[in-house]
Design a protein around this ligand. Structure first.
Ligand code: IPE
Ligand code: IPE
Ligand code: MG
Length: 230
């Protein structure tokens, strides 16, 4: 499939804000939390389609730092889903020739989940393609953390600063897709979004399919990016 796209302008790094799970559940007369279980099943096919298209890096917004403030039942069930799905997802990602990494403060999660994450981190080292999962992630916290690390290590210059972001060895964030109809970033990759092309779709995350992803990627390839210079 990749060869079909050889002439296309393919985004190197795509961020996806996977929003709309609870509204999907309500629409289907299910308890709101049930939407997360359906949403999680959509991750593998979308990641596969993006990588098959030729995208090098995909960052998935799975759990924001602010999401910790939701009802305890919901947070617990999100953590259970993470516990259950991370290993199978990472196996699938490795089989696509990409590694899995995590953006965010994972010390928040229970020890067993942190162990799973550490184990996954070690697999796939050296692979260029990556699928990054933002867990307990906050764009502002990432910037503050990078500033602190840069200051501790000799000073804050734009180039050295970027070494301390989670995206240090990830290509430019060319494109952000947000499902679920809201038109905001909700604290996702704030530094990296400087010149990203933004795509918002009303489709709720569990309904977001491969065909829509490919039509957005095709739309990206026709956009003119000026970076302020022309
Ligand atoms: C996105 O869906 C998943 C997470 C934030 C964990 P939501 O849970 O925000 O669902 P909506 O947007 O309320 O429908
Ligand atoms: C953003 O969605 C976070 C994730 C998709 C993980 P939210 O549902 O948390 O964002 P808001 O509350 O609409 O801004
Ligand atoms: Mg939401």
């Amino acid at each position: 499939m990749k060869s079909d796209n050889s002439e296309k302008n393919i985004p190197r790094h795509v961020g996806i804000i996977m929003d709309g799970n609870r509204r999907w559940a309500t629409k289907h007369l299910l308890p709101r939390v049930a939407g997360h279980g359906v949403g999680v099943k959509n991750i593998k096919p979308i990641v596969k389609a993006a990588i098959d298209y030729g995208v090098q890096s995909v960052t998935l917004y799975a759990f924001s730092s602010e999401n910790k403030g939701r009802a305890k039942d919901e947070v617990d069930s999100l953590i259970d889903l993470i516990r259950k799905h991370l290993v199978p997802l990472s196996k699938e990602v490795l089989s696509l020739g990409a590694r899995v990494r995590f953006f965010g403060d994972i010390t928040y999660f229970p020890d067993d989940v942190q162990k799973i994450i550490d184990g996954i981190y070690r697999e796939g080292e050296g692979l260029i393609k990556s699928v990054n999962i933002a867990l307990n992630y906050s764009g502002r916290a990432e910037i503050v953390r990078a500033a602190r690390l840069a200051a501790e290590n000799g000073g804050i210059e734009e180039s050295s600063f970027e070494k301390y972001l989670y995206t240090a060895d990830t290509p430019e964030l060319d494109m952000i897709i947000r499902t679920g109809g809201e038109k905001r970033l909700s604290n996702f990759l704030l530094y990296q979004a400087a010149y990203s092309e933004l795509f918002f779709t009303d489709t709720l995350w569990p309904d977001f399919g491969k065909d829509e992803l490919i039509s957005l990627l095709d739309e990206y390839s026709h956009r003119t990016r000026r970076f302020g210079t022309s």
